[in-house]
Design a protein around this ligand. Structure first.
Ligand SMILES: Nc1ncnc2c1ncn2[C@@H]1O[C@H](COP(=O)(O)OP(=O)(O)OP(=O)(O)O)[C@@H](O)[C@H]1O
Ligand SMILES: [Mg+2]
Length: 226
């Protein structure tokens, strides 16, 4: 089943002489249980596409469908609800809440989905152990290394098991071994959990784990491979 689909999506930042055509008509889809990597040079539109797929940005043209629900007619204020129902997002630069410890950062999306404090905390601790940070639950993000913060962001994105997980360069700040184990965790979410996982990456060390690699250049999908 196709869970996420973009049809002829365009995105232009700014207008007139300063307009940047970040996406120039992109068709993209991903299925339940599929692990897709989105690859391309800096500035090619990867973050823009991922943000539009994740209801963080609205496209200038075209449509996005999540579980066959079209976003075209939706207003800006409807997007957070859709995001909460369907999407776990790992941002480039992780966006943790600075004033919350790691446990609360990971528990937050589950609390927003109506979980009890106890259940959300227990699951948060379980997920922190899975990313190798079982001993950091009480720490603030400022007390962690960049790679550790990235792992907390990954635990938060998969918290509550949203059906679609989108990750923007999740391994960029990690050493090879941690990067590989994080990628394997994401792959497992797809192959065993049935999640749709889309990862933006330049990291050729992890390409072999993808079910499909989609290459984007200058705002267009130029090729696909396995
Ligand atoms: N908020 C913005 N305002 C104006 N231009 C933007 C904005 N965000 C991105 N752009 C431009 O849109 C184009 C695509 O940017 P995007 O961030 O999607 O690229 P990317 O492929 O993710 O690059 P990187 O690999 O460096 O993260 C670039 O030319 C960028 O400068
Ligand atoms: Mg980017």
């Amino acid at each position: 089943m196709i869970t996420i689909e973009a049809t002829n999506v365009t995105k232009t930042y700014g207008t007139g002489s300063v307009a940047v055509h970040a996406l120039r008509g992109v068709d993209f889809h991903a299925r339940e249980g599929e692990f897709v990597m989105l690859n391309g040079p800096s500035g090619s539109g990867k973050t823009t596409l991922l943000s539009i797929l994740g209801c963080v940005l609205t496209p200038s043209g075209g449509d996005v469908r999540l579980f066959e629900e079209s976003l075209a007619g939706k207003r800006e204020k409807d997007l957070p609800r859709l995001r909460l129902s369907y999407i776990g997002f790992i941002f480039q630069g992780h966006n943790l809440v600075a004033s919350l410890d790691c446990r609360d950062n990971v528990a937050l999306p589950m609390r927003m989905r109506g979980w009890s404090v106890r259940e959300a905390n227990r699951e948060a601790e379980h997920l922190l152990r899975r990313v190798g940070l079982g001993d950091k639950a009480d720490r603030l993000p400022s007390e962690l290394s960049g790679g550790q913060r990235q792992r907390v962001a990954i635990a938060r994105a998969v918290a509550g098991a949203p059906p679609i997980i989108l990750a923007d360069e999740p391994t960029a700040s990690l050493d090879a071994e941690t990067g590989m184990s994080i990628t394997q965790l994401l792959k497992q979410m797809a192959s065993e959990g049935g999640h749709t996982v889309v990862v933006v990456t330049h990291d050729n060390r992890i390409f072999h784990l993808a079910d499909r690699i989609v290459n984007i250049e200058d705002g267009r999908i130029v090729s696909e491979g396995h």
